[in-house]
Design a protein around this ligand. Structure first.
Ligand SMILES: [Zn+2]
Length: 319
C-alpha cells in the first residue's frame, strides 16, 4: 500500500532529477499554489540556525543531537559519491548534506513535509535527509510481517535489528537521489524517464551491494512493499506518455513503476554487477540521436540478455 502523501514525495524525486538534468525550469510545482514564500536558500537557513558540520567530500550539517546519524549518512552518501568518483575517475559536482530534526526541517525546507529527501534547486546544492524516519508522515515504513521470511532472516543476520533494516530501506531513497547526480556526471543520457529512474536506482543499489551488502537487502525489502500497489498502466511507453497524469493523479501507479524498475535493477546487477554502468555509459552517451523506448530496450538486450523479456513481462502485470 502506498502512503497518501506519496504524490508529493514522487514529485520531489522528479524535481530533483529535473534540476540535475537541467530541465527544472520546465517544471512548476503542482503542490503549492500559495503566495510565493520569502526566498531563503537552504544554506542561508542552515547558517542562521548555526548548525554544526562535519567536513569531508560531502560536507554534512546536522541538527543538535543528531551527530551520530549525520556521521552515518555522511559515510553512506558521501561514500557513494567517492566510490563512483574513483571508479570512473570522474569529478562530481559539489553538494552538501543536511541531516535535520523536524524543527530545523521547517526552517531549511519549509515547502516539503518532514523527511522528504531532495536537493535544493539552486546552488549551493544542499541535500536534506531526516534524522528520524519514524517521524515521517508522508510515507509508510516497511512492515515486518509483509517481508518474506527468507529475506527477513538474511536481513536480520549478525544481530541487526528490524528498526535498522527499516531505516536503511528508507535511506535507500538517498542513494537513489545521489544516483541521479552520478548518472548525469558520468555523461549518460537515459533518453527516457523510465530508464533515468531505473539507472538512478541501479547506481544506488550497485554501490550498496559493493560496500554495504546487508543494507542492499534493506533496499530490496523497501522496494518489495510497493509491488502490490494497484496499477492500470504498466508498459514502459505508458510511463513516458502518461507521465504527468501518473504524477498528478495516480501516485500508486507511479510508485509501482519505480519498484518494478527496481526489481529489474536487482536482476541485472546479479548478472552484470557495477560493470553494467560502464557499458551503459558507452552505449548511451549525451548528445546521441534520440531513441524510442523499443530502441532502448533493443540496445539494452544486446548488452545483457533479458531486457525484452522484462519489458514484456511488466506489460502483462497490470492489475
Ligand atoms: Zn529518481
Amino acid at each position: 500500500m502506498l502512503p497518501h502523501r506519496v504524490f508529493a514525495r514522487l514529485y520531489q524525486w522528479i524535481r530533483v532529477a529535473a534540476v540535475l538534468l537541467g530541465t527544472a525550469e520546465l517544471l512548476t510545482s503542482p503542490v503549492s499554489t500559495a503566495a510565493t514564500p520569502p526566498i531563503k536558500t537552504r544554506s542561508a537557513a542552515i547558517s542562521q540556525l548555526g548548525l554544526a558540520s562535519i567536513p569531508g567530500p560531502l560536507p554534512t550539517y546536522y541538527s543538535h543531537g543528531t551527530q551520530s546519524r549525520a556521521h552515518q549518512l555522511q559515510t553512506l552518501l558521501g561514500g557513494e559519491l567517492s566510490y563512483y568518483s574513483i571508479l570512473f575517475s570522474q569529478r562530481l559536482p559539489p553538494i552538501s548534506l543536511a541531516v535535520l530534526t523536524t524543527e530545523d526541517w521547517r526552517d531549511v525546507d519549509p515547502e516539503d513535509p518532514y523527511g522528504m529527501p531532495s536537493v535544493s534547486d539552486q546552488a549551493p546544492f544542499v541535500f536534506v535527509m531526516p534524522n528520524d524516519w519514524s517521524k515521517v508522515t508522508w510515507m509508510t515504513l516497511p512492515a515486518r510481517d509483509r517481508v518474506p521470511q527468507g529475506l527477513l532472516k538474511r536481513a536480520l543476520a549478525n544481530g541487526r535489528t528490524w528498526h535498522q533494516v527499516q531505516f536503511e530501506g528508507c535511506d535507500g531513497i538517498g542513494t537513489h537521489e545521489i544516483g541521479h547526480v552520478i548518472v548525469k556526471a558520468l555523461g549518460i543520457d537515459p533518453q527516457t524517464r523510465w530508464f533515468n529512474e531505473l539507472l538512478a536506482s541501479y547506481v544506488g543499489y550497485a554501490y550498496l551491494r559493493e560496500k554495504f551488502p546487508l543494507q542492499a537487502l534493506s533496499s530490496e525489502i523497501f522496494w518489495r512493499q510497493g509491488l502490490s500497489a494497484p496499477h492500470h498502466l504498466s508498459r514502459l511507453e505508458d510511463f513516458e506518455s502518461h507521465y504527468d497524469e501518473l504524477m498528478q493523479h495516480d501516485p500508486a501507479n507511479y510508485g509501482w513503476y519505480q519498484v518494478a524498475f527496481d526489481q529489474r535493477v536487482i536482476d541485472v546487477y546479479r548478472e552484470q554487477g557495477v560493470g553494467f554502468l560502464r557499458t551503459v555509459r558507452l552505449a548511451f552517451p549525451q548528445g546521441a540521436p534520440r531513441l524510442t523506448t523499443p530502441e532502448i530496450v533493443d540496445r539494452l538486450d544486446g548488452l545483457s540478455a533479458g531486457w525484452k523479456a522484462w519489458a514484456a513481462s511488466i506489460t502483462s502485470s497490470t492489475h
